[in-house]
Design a protein around this ligand. Sequence first.
Ligand code: SF4
Length: 355
Amino acid sequence: MQQTGLFAEAEIGGAPLPVVGQQKDINYYGAVAHSVLNGPETTGMGFWSVNPYVGCAFGCAYCYARYTHRWVLDRHARANPQNESLQTALKTMQPWLAFERRIFVKQNAADALRKVLRHGSDKHLALLNGDSIVIGTATDPYQPAERRFRVTRSVLEVLADHPGLSVVIISKSPLITRDVDVLKRIARHSSLSIHISLISTDRELARRIEPRAPTPEARLRALGRLRANDIWAGVNIMPVLPGITDGQQQLDTLVRSIAEQGAMYVNTCALRLRSSARQRYLPFIEREFPHLARRYQATYAFDHQVSEDYSAKLRARVRELCERYGVSYGRDRSVGPNEKAREIELVEQLELGFN
Ligand code: SF4
C-alpha cells in the first residue's frame, strides 16, 4: 500500500459542515479541502492525483483504500466532539463499513484547484510539462454522491479551462457519461484517457464482490457511449481474483464484451493484498468462498501478491484474448515516444493498487 491517500487527505482541514446529505444508510459530510491536487512528492508516484470524495459507497471487498478514511473520520470526530453523527460512527462502526457509509465531500474542490492552477503557477507549469493528473486514485469520483454533489464535474470544468494537460479518470460508474460534454471539451485541448474498472461480466458474481457498484452491463454500456463520442477509453481488468474471476471462459467473455464496445485497450493485474485490504478481504473469502480460504491464506501468507508465474500466465492469457478479439493489450496510444513511456509508467503504477 502506498502512502498516497494518507498524505493526500492531510490536506483536508477545517471543521466539517453538519451532515450535508443522507441516502438510505449513507451520511455525507461537507469537508473543506485546503488543496485537492496532490503532487508526486506526496503521492510517491510519478503523477498528480485528485480525489473529490473520502470514502466510497461501492464497497468492493478487495478495496485497498479504506485506511485513509479512518484517519479522516478520526480527525474530524476529535475536532468536533459535539457532532453526534461523527462520534457514533467512530465508536460503533467498523472502519471498513464507515468507509462505505460515512463519506466526506470536498465541496470546495473546484475552487481549491482553480487557485493552485492559476495560469503560470508552479503547479500549472509542472502539469504543462507532461505530468498526468489522475482523478480517482483512492475513491471512485463517480460514486452515487456525485449525482447530487457534482464535485467531480466541477473539477473537470476547471481542467477544461486549462489546455495542454494530461488527464486520466478511473471509475466503475456509468455516471461518467453524464459529463461527456465537459470530457469532450477537455479532450479538445488536452490528452484525456478514461479507465473503466471491470473484473467480470457475471452480474451475480460482481454483486457479491462489489456489492454497491454499478452492474457490469452498465459499465460496458458506459464504455460504448464514451467510445461513440470518440473519447479515449479502455478497461482495467483489475484486480483479477484468483480462483474467482480468472477462468478461461470468464476472461474470454469479458475481453470479447469489452472489445465489442470499442475499447482502446485492456490491461490486467492480479489481486495484491496489502494489510488494509487483507483485513477485509480474507474474512470475506472465508464467508463467501470457503473452498478457497486455505489457498488464499497460503498464497498471500508471506507476500502481498501472487507468484510471478501466475502473473505471467494471466498476462499471456489476456493478451491472447485481446489479439483474438482485436483490442490492444496494454495502453498503446498513437503518441510520441515520451508520452507513450509516461503512459506505460502510469499504468504500471496503477497496477500497484490504485483503483
Ligand atoms: S470503487 Fe474503488 S475506491 Fe470504491 S470501494 Fe471499489 S475499489 Fe474501493
